[in-house]
Write a protein that binds this ligand. Sequence first.
Ligand code: ADP
Ligand code: MG
Length: 709
Amino acid sequence: MSKRTKWDTKGDLDESKNLPIYQHKATLQQAVKDNSFLVVTGETGSGKTTQLPQYLHQAGFWSNGKIGITQPRRVAAITVAQRVSQEMHCSLGREVGYQVRFDDCTTQDTVVKYMTDGCLLREILADPVLSQYSVVILDEAHERSLNTDILLGLLKQTLSSPDKASKGRCVPLKVVVMSATLETDKLSVFLGGCPVFTIPGRTFPVTSKFSCAIGPKDTESSVYVKEVVKVALDVHTSEMAGDILVFLTGQSEIEKACDMLYEKAESIDYRYDVQDHKVEGLLILPLYGSMPTDQQKQIFQPPPPGIRKCVVATNIAATSLTINGIKYIVDSGFVKQLNHNSRVGMDILEVVPISKSEALQRAGRAGRTSAGKCFRIYSPAFWEKCMPEYTVPEIQRTSLTAVILTLKCLGVHDVIRFPYLDRPEERFILEALKQLYQCDAIDRRGKVTRLGELMVEFPLPPGLTRALLQAASLGCEDLLLPVAAMLSVENIFIRPGHPEKQKEADKKHRQLGVQAGSCNDFTMLLSVFEKCKASDAPSAWCKDNYIHWRALKSAFSVETQLREILLRLQKKRDFPMEKFDGNKSELFRRCLCTGYFTNVARRSVGKVFCTMDGHGSMVHIHPSSTLFDQEAQLDWVIFHDLLVTSRIYIRTVCPIRYDWVKDLLPKLHEVDVYELSSVAREEVTDEEVAKWVTKEAAKRQTEGSAEDV
Ligand code: ADP
Ligand code: MG
């Protein structure tokens, strides 16, 4: 049976009455009415995300404003909205809709709105009391995403000051925080001791087995991918009927594993090789963030009779999405995570071992409807030596630059003493302030500048926004908007697995580079964007040039949206304007320097470059760059991001002249972070200080009790 086969099964929408949450419908509706804050907890799959918003809709909350539900992951927001619109018998985008970065599927009629936590944070910027909402549900709080943590602090602050909270609102806002069982007491204490509603779960025992295949030193992707494929096939041939869920870390790995599984499953002889004779085929389905949503729908449908489903997924299947019928888990023990890398001083997406609590959560997915089994491909030594007890909250391990700017724009000046559920280390906050100062978003005293107010409007990394605004002030935004859009979508260059095809693809990409005229990766992106846009048959053009058409289509849409934001800002009276006398190629690269001078490197010897940001890391140009193998002709370069493997690679690279960054570089070193961070404290009035003291004292008490429980 092909993994690409589609079939039609109407999901039984009435099954929602069988979910554990159903019996508590009335109590939950009342609890939300009675409390400003409510924490709701229950096993994954009990119906929190899909049902509670519908219950609140039925209870009439929508008549006072929208019911908003945030998700840390964009796929979860989209998939769940689709499901709920089906359950509510409306078309997606009408009563039920979703909004994620660069994709708004809502209308005037939308009253149940699923969205990413990042989107709600942007809405708060425009409307601090969220006057359009009657209820806001922060879902998946246990994931401890950076944006959800910040929203928790902001909503706590707003609702605890009655004057602020009621300004511009008819009825008070209700906030529900939903979480799998973890840390709910801590959440309740943080939110002033609000009630916790627990949905009693039904779970069945799951037996977990370790294997000796992956030890503390086996962190190579090719090794564990091979191993999960082997284990998944073993399960398929030797275990009784029931679906399999395999956890891997990302798209390319998942596709590789699916191809391997598919190939091997072809040769199974179901008369002799398979233990359970009721099992007559294997259906292999990938599940990762950037895959098309129509393919994702298949994941939830029960397989045809006799067929065993095997879903190969990222961590998204651990809590955000629940797939029914899973009886077996194959756990690779790894996850892809954004971490601050102190070696290079930047955030990097890395593959790391999961935490022990995460491993338990993964195993639990096998025990929803009957007893299940979890096959861990790693050894007990790996568990002991490599896996931390808990996952560190994102706020304590990633760059805070964008959220600190958001907080500052919301009037939270003292970002060090903001009510964080878990406080980030002060040095991370100082680092963020430093970066904001370097790209002129805040001044020497930590106050948001005019430029900072413009920057916060763009859902892009600060450096890229800075470059874009510089281009706009010089009247050449047409060069930077497509580049910003191309850097905001998934990878656009296809690199096939087959060696011959790979060569051909590389050749085509090189040709595109030559056609682009000047050789740097940013102009390459611009050129691909423009060529495809001008083509009469863009999808065929993409296919011919080994470019992802879907990614380019998104880039077109993102470019339009960024242009709209820019046009709105340019209409304002004081939009900065500057003059430039020079050629276009120089203009383009100098704009990039304004935003990326923090990512500057100089060639030292041979093909090795040294970064100039104080970390002095030794880096190499990534083989995917148009500048690869031309290192000898280069001196100074800037780059968009880093990839850390056994070497540190810089990606999306552009040669520059030292002259262009000479005046900017001192900013990298001459920053008084103390001055940046202490301004807010100097400016507070006595009255505010008194308030702080009482609040801090109360907090210390509550923090104490949080540790007690
Ligand atoms: P929780 O939020 O408590 O983890 P959910 O509300 O996500 O639970 O899931 C409740 C049920 O809805 C699960 O049985 C799940 O399989 C089902 N479900 C969720 N999304 C979909 C979908 N897109 N298609 C089919 N079933 C779905
Ligand atoms: Mg959920």
